[in-house]
Design a protein around this ligand. Sequence first.
Ligand SMILES: N=CN[C@@H](CCC(=O)O)C(=O)O
Ligand SMILES: [Zn+2]
Length: 404
Amino acid sequence: MAGRQRQRLLLENAEQLVLVCGRREPCLRREGAAGLAVLRGASLVVGLDGCIKAVGQADVIRDQFLEATFERIIDCSGKCVLPGLVDAHTHPVWAGDRVHEFAMKLAGASYMEIHQAGGGIHFTVEHTRKATEDELFTTFQHRLERMLRAGSTLVECKSGYGLNLETELKMLRVIERAKKSMDIGISSTYCGAHAVPKGKTATEATDDIINNHLPKLKELKLSGEIHVNNIDVFCEKGVFDLESTRRILQAGKDIGLQINFHGDELHPMKSAELGAELGARAISHLEEVSDEGIVAMARAKCAAVLLPTTAYMLRLKQPQARKMLEEGVIVALGSDFNPNAYCFSMPMVMHLACVNMKMSMNEALAAATINAAYALGKSDTHGSLEVGKQGDLLIINSSRLNLK
Ligand SMILES: N=CN[C@@H](CCC(=O)O)C(=O)O
Ligand SMILES: [Zn+2]
């Protein structure tokens, strides 16, 4: 029946059609991530609703859709098709660059020394508070366009440079506007606990978030004004300790947000153990995760969002990607785009993951597609080329990805 209908797009006869997975797996672990599903000489059909209608050998699809009409047909002979990339961790809404801090870091200052001296996130907060919503939207839009050009079709976007309710909401409104107007998927994250605002203690900031910020987010969700997907905390020595992190994440979960937070980045905090206990969807960074934390994450099916740009930029030790993969953790990747790590490109992130974290190319692609989608709770609709999923895809002008 579908074979006679009008369809949006036919990608014909790709040399390699990299499905990533083909049995509706929610994520890929161990051997699953090491060997991806690939069809050769294959075609794919996207329907008028933007979803994938068929994937298969070119001659089979041709027969099946003999009587169909297409808005567009693209000859993919000699080319590769793969799912749109998913960037599972970004901080893309802000004003005021931090180029001056690069020189400080090169001269030996650490990320936390700059932060504690009032720079880093605090510097960005000062500038973001002063910026208008339109100014923030314009730069954000430009950044999303660049991410899209680098192949990302679904991006996690955090607030977190406001810290007060007014500016956090301003950032979330900007993200909401892009969700509605831009041709890129967005999973939005409330990250009001990104730093302890100047003039407050961590406990005061935690109380403010729980008593004022989160109830407001609940109200705005009910009225349909802002729909946030995830809750985040920077769980770190000198920022939010384990107890404050627990209180904030639990309160976020109680209003229906998915837990997806920064943990075990600069110091071992037992963030992974906490995330596993709270049922977190994902934890990012994990350079300092413990062995027990890795096991707990694997058991709890809590994704590890690894950020190779951070370890590179801050000269941190690399997260133990190989150990996580061997223990069965769901490993995802993110660009961590922010004023400290100015990288829009998931292909670059995948490259760094292979070279610096010793992931295989297959593992890196799984981490930047189905597993990143899993980290955002979206692997039922994104992250692989399977019937029923969104038709987000990339055509690569190369006959083979040479995956191993
Ligand atoms: N570590 C905390 N947050 C960001 C950095 C944000 C910033 O420095 O502005 C990160 O994920 O790397
Ligand atoms: Zn971050």
